[in-house]
Design a protein around this ligand. Structure first.
Ligand SMILES: C[S@@+](CC[C@H](N)C(=O)[O-])C[C@H]1O[C@@H](n2cnc3c(N)ncnc32)[C@H](O)[C@@H]1O
Length: 368
């Protein structure tokens, strides 16, 4: 299947041409069905260029529900078993979408509030200003082992860690309220007359965050409502592949130029370096390579019970043979069946007790 392409057409039709279970991550920013009923006026009388485009018109709630169910089903068909989907929307549509996602078989992981740092005001002062949109993140099914780059999320979390704390090394879990500015300034695509190309272009920061935390380098990212191709640009910058579907030829053309002008940015975030798991090392391998010795004694930290290491990597403790994790639990009198033996066992080196975890770390450094 071709990757790194823009497909011009209706996504419900075009998704039929993609292979089943071929996509790792989907981001969808579907029509909101804003129901603004014509041009909104600012207080001083000028037009507000919100979203009243032809692509956002539906005849009834049933019509919008049917459309939502069809594109979600088409997306789910192409999503890998361990894939996940993000859908963004405002209060007009997100409840319909959330219900349809569950009906279609998706398994909700999180809902996220995108708190806009610079929202459009409610010009008439008749209700609260809409200062957020909601994102729903869902896995293909309950049993999906979806990607979540937890530590990358910590590196990107500037919502609950301020700049000074961040510089001083403070890192906190990423939460579900994200403070990101709406797309403005030089990032906003303009036509030759200087008008906005698209009424709902999303900020690149939002898409980069989503792709960085929920996909792996080289993964395939799909956007069925690609607009100005913000998703494709974020994917390309982060070293992911993309398929962008968009019905409007003009948006495709602006989006293509945008993608052509984008390069891969090689950073630890793009490489998902913070979430790389260290290679697995077994006790047997450590014995084979002479960093642990069969027949030597294993101690608990405070000189507690001694077990003996066997050549098969197991421990003998008070006449019973066990793996070192079960043995750690027994020797510590824990209620758990197993404890991480690397954290609990020590060996004697140069007359001092050294944790097995340290010995393993030193060994890892010699092989990678
Ligand atoms: C909310 S906008 C997406 C904006 C995009 N996220 C961006 O940053 O530019 C929705 C887009 O979906 C497109 N669209 C609407 N219905 C479609 C359909 N059935 N198939 C493909 N694209 C569609 C519209 O032309 C519009 O550009």
């Amino acid at each position: 299947m071709k990757e790194n392409i823009i497909i011009n057409g209706d996504c419900i039709e075009k998704l039929k041409d993609l292979d089943e279970k071929s996509v790792d991550l989907i981001f969808a920013d579907p029509p909101y069905w804003m129901r603004t009923g014509g041009i909104l006026k600012r207080v001083e009388g000028t037009d507000f260029d919100g979203c009243h485009d032809a692509w956002d018109r539906f005849s009834s709630l049933e019509d919008y529900e049917e459309f939502t169910r069809l594109w979600l089903t088409a997306c789910r068909r192409v999503l890998k078993d361990n894939g996940s989907i993000w859908v963004i929307g405002g209060m007009q549509c997100i409840y319909t979408i959330g219900a349809a996602m569950q009906d279609t078989g998706f398994w909700l992981i999180n809902d996220v509030i995108w708190h806009k740092k610079n929202p459009t005001p409610n010009f008439m002062g008749t209700r609260l200003a809409n200062s957020h949109e909601t994102l729903i993140w869902a896995a293909r099914s309950k049993s999906s082992a979806y990607t979540f780059n937890y530590k990358t999320g910590k590196e990107l979390n500037h919502d609950t860690v301020n700049d000074e704390e961040f510089r001083n090394g403070v890192r906190k879990q990423m939460g579900s309220v994200w403070r990101i500015a709406v797309c403005n300034g030089s990032e906003r695509l303009k036509d030759q007359k200087g008008d906005k190309v698209h009424s709902t272009q999303k900020p690149l920061d939002l898409l980069e965050r989503i792709i960085a935390i929920s996909s792996k380098p080289g993964d395939l990212v799909l956007d069925p409502f690609a607009g100005t191709m913000t998703t494709g640009v974020a994917a390309k910058k982060l070293g992911r592949n993309y398929i962008m579907i968009e019905r409007d030829k003009g948006y495709c053309s602006y989006g293509k130029d945008r993608l052509d002008a984008t390069d891969f940015c090689d950073t630890p975030i793009a490489r998902a370096e913070y979430d790389k798991k260290p290679p697995k090392v077994t006790v047997q391998e450590m014995i084979k390579n002479g960093v642990l010795m069969a027949g030597e004694d294993f101690y608990l930290k405070k000189g507690g019970p001694v077990a003996t290491l066997r050549s098969d990597g197991k421990l003998e403790y008070k006449g019973t043979v066990m793996d070192m994790h079960s043995c750690a639990a027994v020797a510590r009198g824990s209620r758990a069946e197993r404890l991480n033996g690397f954290d609990f066992w020590f060996v004697l080196r140069d007359g001092k007790l050294r944790p097995i975890a340290d010995i393993r770390e030193e060994y890892r450094k010699t092989i990678y």
